[in-house]
Design a protein around this ligand. Structure first.
Ligand code: UN1
Length: 512
């Protein structure tokens, strides 16, 4: 791993100690606190990062204000071209950047590269969007009047991202915001700081070559500090946050108190309904991918399976068999599908959730313990767990960020939907069925209460072309595809009177 990281650093122009502040240039060495990044794969030290100070932050905001005044005047399609060029460069650097993702977050090689692919996809999508920042025209109620709307860039957007999709989710926000004419301050998860630094290094050079301002700035800070600077800063009209519900609630309170805008992508507690009329093969594959990919550390991971009683025993048997064939270990090794959890704390949280589940009456059907992989003794590996649960168990209401799947039995589809919707979160959902009425019931107002709904495919693995986000305590707002771009611009309603009179709306007369 030491060798791997050295090669990657060299190719990307990174150093052993990296600056965690980028304001158009990397900051020079100073008396800053240091964060040391370790790989969850085997505990190897990957590199050090100088954390940002409040002075660095102020310099970054001043830089971004200046960058915004230039960038917001670059024509939209030209901004789109710049983002396309960034996408092209990310494509060239996909293997290298994907490797950092794997080393620092423990994702498998394909998922590490998938992370960069997701950025590339968003870049190309954003390029298309750059020519489609459409406003509507309306028929005016007044003669010789023109009524329409237009979209204006907003300014500096704050993006606070999580370790599990350390750069893809940033790009959902940032590439879209950029084609809208905004500039971005990024506060990544400290646990994935090297990924962020690597990504910004690659993008910096593209912007430099194109003689464009550095529109993406970075601060790396420990704990909540950097997030607080952003949340309280009235110079940042929009803050997009991905992370836990408690932290999201705090950010929301702070930003709303200054009447700023937020996009919140908080916890998920996603469920899949497996009907007795499902194609069992597809259901099994969808469920196993959903619950185990990224070691259950996706916001979209399947955390609950609601299975029809007629097929319950047989399906559980198949599920256990599938779980026992999945290879857990070094995510860089071929054939391994489940890597480590992000850190020691994550393992603790996982194990104690299983203990709580058992105390609350859950029955452990599979796994649920810490495991040691020979040669990777300092890594954070666990055996995925399946727990037979009841909806009355309080732990089931919570998102545990790991490969912990609760299974439930149901009789009628109405009961399944009730179980499905009975948690506070509302991100992603799935039904596996070949029965049209079940499918359409799930897609109706009486069905899934989530922001994302899937039929015969997994709760996880959304494409970037759709709008991503949730309901209830998952937060609000949408990112990435469809018309999510609208959140990154301000809408302006335009009335033009081209006549020689000034008639008033609603028939009001004001003669004098
Ligand atoms: C997240 O976990 O925050 O839909 C995002 C998926 C990925 C994105 C997950 N494309 O599983």
């Amino acid at each position: 791993i030491q060798k791997e990281i050295k090669t990657v650093f060299k190719e990307l122009g990174l150093e052993e100690t990296n600056h965690g502040s980028f304001s158009g240039k990397w900051h020079s060495e100073g008396k800053r606190d240091i964060y040391t990044s370790y790989s969850p794969i085997d505990g190897t030290q990957l590199g050090k990062v100088e954390l940002s100070t409040k002075d660095d932050y102020e310099e970054i905001i001043a830089h971004l204000q200046n960058a915004y005044s230039i960038w917001s005047e670059v024509p939209g399609p030209k901004r789109g071209f710049v983002i396309k060029e960034i996408g092209d460069e990310l494509l060239r650097k996909k293997a290298l950047l994907g490797k950092i993702v794997s080393l620092e977050t423990g994702k498998t090689q394909v998922e590490g590269e998938g992370e960069i692919q997701e950025m590339i996809d968003v870049a190309y999508f954003a390029t298309g969007v750059s020519r489609q920042l459409y406003g509507l025209t309306m028929t005016s109620e007044r003669p010789e009047h023109r009524l329409s709307e237009q979209w204006i860039p907003m300014g500096i957007v704050g993006v606070i991202s999580a370790f599990n999709f350390p750069s893809a989710v940033w790009s959902w926000n940032s590439f879209i915001a950029a084609v809208c004419g905004d500039v971005v301050i990024w506060k990544p998860s400290t646990k994935a700081s090297l990924v962020a630094i690597g990504v910004i290094h690659v993008i910096e050079k593209v912007l430099e070559r194109l003689e464009m301002p550095q529109i993406f700035s970075l601060i790396v800070s420990r704990g909540s500090q950097g997030g607080e600077w952003i949340a309280t800063d009235h110079r940042i009209p929009l803050v997009s946050f991905t992370g836990s519900i408690p932290v999201g609630r705090k950010i929301n309170t702070t930003v709303s108190a200054r009447l700023g805008k937020t996009i919140l992508e908080l916890g998920g507690n996603n469920a899949a309904i497996i009907s007795s009329r499902a194609n069992m093969d597809i259901a099994l594959k969808g469920l196993v991918f959903g619950s185990l990919a990224t070691a259950g550390q996706r916001c979209t991971s399947t955390r609950r399976a609601i299975i029809h009683e007629d097929i319950y025993d047989e399906f559980i048997k198949k599920l256990k068999a599938a779980y026992s064939t999945i290879k857990i270990g070094n995510p860089l090794e071929k054939g391994v599908l489940v890597g480590p959890l992000i850190d020691r704390e994550a393992v603790q949280t996982y194990l104690s959730a299983i203990e709580t589940a058992k105390k609350e009456g859950g029955r452990l059907l599979f796994g649920g313990e810490k495991i040691t992989i020979p040669g990777l003794e300092n890594g954070f590996y666990v055996k995925p767990a399946i727990v037979e649960a009841k909806m009355s168990m309080p732990i089931v209401q919570e998102e545990t960020f790991g490969p912990l799947l609760y299974v439930f039995k149901y009789k009628t589809i109405e009961e399944a939907i009730k179980i499905h919707n009975s948690v506070p979160q509302g991100l992603s959902s799935a039904i596996f069925t070949t029965d049209l009425s079940e499918e359409h019931l799930f897609l109706s107002a009486r069905g899934s209460d989530c922001g994302i709904v899937n039929v015969n495919t997994s709760t996880a693995g959304a494409e970037i072309g759709g709008a991503f986000g949730g309901e209830k305590e998952t937060g609000s707002g949408r990112e990435s595809g469809s018309d999510s771009w609208k959140a990154y611009m301000r809408r302006q309603t335009v009335t033009v009177n081209w006549g020689k009179e000034i008639p008033l709306s609603q028939g009001v007369r004001f003669d004098f």
